[in-house]
Design a protein around this ligand. Sequence first.
Ligand code: MRU
Length: 343
Amino acid sequence: MSVHAIIWDDASDRLVLLDQTLLPGETVYRTIETTDDLVRAIEVLAVRGAPALGVAGAMGVVVAMDEARRQGWDEASLQHAIDRVRAARPTAVNLAWGVDQVRPVLPQGRAAVLAAARQLAADDEAANRELSRSGVDWLLDRVDRRRLRVLTHCNAGALATAGWGTALGLVRELHARGRLEVVYADETRPLLQGARLTAYELAADGIPHLLQSDGAAASTIVRGRVDCAIVGADRIAANGDAANKIGTLGVALACADAGIPFVVAAPWSTVDLATASGDDIEIEERAGEEVTTYAGTRVAPLVTEGFNPAFDVTPARLVSAIVTERGVVEPARGEAMTGSPGE
Ligand code: MRU
C-alpha cells in the first residue's frame, strides 16, 4: 500500500491532505488554503503521526508564504503564522523540526522552500524503508520463530509518515520476506487510530491481523501470543526514553515481563538530542470529551470529566531497540542516542 496522506498537488499548486478523521469509511482529500486550515487539520488529527506532522509543518511554511502574498502580510505576520503551525501540537518533535528545516530557506523564495519541503518528504519515505530493513534484520537475529506474531499500538504506518511507515514498515518488510504470521493491532482509544487506520492499512495490504481492545494487550503478551511489540515514537530523548501514543508504556511493561523485544521504530527526525530524558517531554493533553464519548455519543455520566493525556513515555530500560535509518541502538542495554543536537 503506497497511500500518501500528504500531497503537494501540482495541478492546484496547493497542499492536499487525506482527512484521516473520516477513514476508513470515507476517503476525502482536503485542500489547505490557509495556515488556519492547517492548524485546525493538525489539531483534529486530520493529519497526524510524528513524521507526517514533520512534512505537514515543512509544507505549511509554503502555505503561510502563499497566504502572506495574498493577504499582503508583513514579515512579522508571516513569521507568526509559521510559529502557529510549528506549535499546533507539542509532543511530536517532528512538527517543529519540519518547520525549522525549511525556515532558513525562506530568503531564497517560494520555489526553494517548496523544493526543500518535498525533499524532506522524500527523505522520510526513504528513511522508513531503510529502518524497516535493519529493524527486521535485528529482530530475525533474536526471535527464534519462522513467522513472527507482532503486536503494535496506534498507527505508525504510511498514513503517519510520508509513506511506507515505521512500525508498520517493519511489519510490511516481515510480510514481504514471508516471516510474518499475524499482527495484533491495539484499537487505541480514544481516537481509534489502531482500529480505523492500522487495520485499514493492514487490510489494504492483505496482511493477517487481529484487532484487540487496548485492555487485551498485556494479557496477549504475557500469555505468549506474540513474539515482539513494534511501535512508533513521537519524540525520543537522548537517553533513549521514548514518547508514543498513550498505552504504549503498558505494552512495554508487559513485554519486559514476558521477556520479548519491545522495539521502537522511527526516523532520525524523531530523535531529539536536545531533550535529555522523557521527563522533559511535553505530553499533549486533549479534551476530556474524547474519553467521555464514544463515536460521538456520550457514554459517561454528564457530571463525569475525562482525563485525556495523548501520549506516554516508555523509559529507556524497557526499550529493547530503537531502530532509525542510522541503525539500531539498544537502550535497555545502556546504549544512548548519539550525535549533535539539531542534526
Ligand atoms: O495522536 P497521533 O495519532 O498523532 O499519535 C501518533 C502516534 O502516537 C504514532 O505512534 C507516532 O506518531 C509515530 S508515527 C510513525
